[in-house]
Design a binder for this molecule. Structure first.
Ligand code: PHE
Length: 474
């Protein structure tokens, strides 16, 4: 069999996986849901969600991926040949199609706004009334919507087409440092403006009265989306890993980068919004309504606006390619497509599938099923149904079907450091060789990772899922 392509370096893998995680979810969504749900109080809850469900499930995905060296469907099959859990793999590939089809529409808008910022500087658009209108016209114009959606998909196809090392790894190694630098520059700028501290206070002062049961579930659902979990993106990226890699540390690094960037994104936005005298919008309009109005009034606003939307576009691209790679790797591994054919054919298919979503803000705005536009259906189906369901299957599969003990065997490769192996063994409830450590109390400690994967994550995901679909209310 042909040797599977592997990442060229440890950093290459971390950048690619963090690139998948860091996306519109971090920069567009996290700041406004934090602002809406009690600032610092929400941040604490979010961090807990990452710890108790995000990290264990990410480790599970990396482990399945590396063990099987396959796309999500092949991975389930390789590990437990006749298991029905393979459905989790198929749902993942489907999620890749569905999520990328609408993600690309918003990704396209960010490209359009990057160009708008540099060419017009949002000149004369100093009020939110004006920018809302511009936004409405922009996303409502079918030519714009389709053109930028196409451009976004084209960039994704262009990168994935070149392969794992020469495409995804090479590009994320360029793009991720750009994200860090641009974000840093924007934060310094925002914090140095007069009145910035009001924004910091708004963003981070814990207000526990705004933190409701619903906020907790929003945090949980968002943790999943933000870490790219539940659809096998991390299985696929994990499948290009060699046995040398330390999986636990990798999962920890990726989760930390993702959470860090989300937190910092708010620090680039709110201080500037307050300093310029705008009210923080409590919804998704923050980025496309308030910020352009704000840039319009700032000195060198075209430059800051350009940087901000470029940041958003880059973050969206590094996530988009991971979605496309899931689909591509499935067709390469299972149906023997060449990478080039798979990328182009299914990239174009996703573009076509996304057209009704792209038109959902104009021509097809009134075309609704279950009272939802195409865009909303794709978003709902992908983010609220497929991801939680996939995450549930993955954690049950590793926790119960494959078994954490076997999974830990896989994790042990690459954890040369004894302390690591020991920690992971403990987490999985394995008894370490007593000759290494005589502390029987520690060794008999119940398995942490095992407990999380078998009980805590599935229960938490199920509750969050029932909540998002409206079956329960907190
Ligand atoms: N994590 C990405 C974001 O925050 C979205 C994503 C979800 C990417 C699932 C891949 C898989 O924007």
């Amino acid at each position: 069999m042909e040797q599977r392509e592997h990442w060229g370096s440890h950093m290459g893998f971390i950048f690619a996986a963090a690139g998948s995680a860091v996306g519109l979810g971090n920069i567009w969504k996290f700041p406004y849901i934090t602002g809406e749900n009690g600032g610092g109080a929400f941040v604490i809850v979010y961090l807990l969600c990452i710890l108790i469900t995000g990290l264990p499930v990410m480790l599970a995905e990396f482990t399945i991926g590396r063990r099987s060296q396959r796309n999500p469907v092949g991975a389930f099959r390789a590990i437990k040949p006749k298991s029905k859990f393979i459905i989790g793999g198929y749902l993942g590939v489907l999620a890749g199609f569905v999520i990328l089809s609408f993600y690309s529409v918003v990704g396209g808008w960010t490209l359009g706004y990057t160009i708008k910022a540099i060419t017009t500087g949002f000149a004369g658009l100093g009020t939110v009334e004006k920018t809302s209108l511009v936004y409405k016209n922009f996303v409502g114009d079918p030519r714009n919507a389709i053109f930028y959606h196409m451009l976004f998909m084209f960039i994704n196809i262009f990168i994935v087409y070149q392969g794992v090392k020469k495409g995804i790894e090479k590009w994320t190694k360029i793009l991720m440092p750009m994200i860090f630098i641009i974000l840093l520059v924007l934060i310094i700028k925002a914090l140095s403006m007069e009145g910035a501290m009001d924004g910091v206070r708004f963003y981070l002062t814990p207000d526990f009265s705004k933190l409701t049961g619903n906020s907790i579930l929003i945090a949980l659902g968002h943790a999943f989306f933000s870490l790219s979990l539940g659809m096998g993106a991390m299985i696929t990226y994990g499948s290009y890993l060699s046995k040398k890699e330390n999986l636990f540390k990798s999962a920890l690094s990726v989760s930390m980068i993702d959470t860090g960037i989300a937190l910092f994104a708010g620090l680039a936005i709110f201080p500037a919004v307050f300093a310029m005298g705008f009210a923080p919008d409590s919804g998704p309009g923050l980025v496309f309504h308030i910020l352009p109005a704000m840039f319009s009034k700032m000195t060198f606003g075209f430059f800051w606006g350009f940087l901000f939307f470029l940041l958003l576009a880059i973050a969206a691209i590094t996530s988009g390619i991971s979605l496309l790679e899931v689909v591509t790797s499935y067709f390469i591994d299972e149906l023997k497509f060449s990478r080039r054919a798979a990328t182009v054919i299914f990239g174009v298919a996703i573009f076509l599938l996304g057209i009704p979503s792209a038109l959902s803000f104009g021509a097809l705005a009134d075309f609704k099923l279950w009272n939802l536009t195409f865009f909303q259906i794709a978003d709902n189906l992908g983010s609220n149904y497929l991801l939680p369901l996939g995450g549930l299957l993955i954690s049950i599969f590793v926790g119960w079907v494959w078994g954490t003990k076997h999974a830990v065997d896989e994790i042990r490769h690459g954890s040369h450091n004894f302390a690591d192996v020991h920690l992971i063994s403990l987490m999985a409830g394995l008894k370490d060789d007593p000759s290494h450590n005589s502390d029987v109390h520690v060794l008999t400690l119940a398995s942490l990772w095992g407990i999380f994967l078998r009980f805590i994550s599935p229960v938490a995901i199920t509750i969050a899922f029932l909540f998002t679909i409206g079956a329960i209310k907190l």
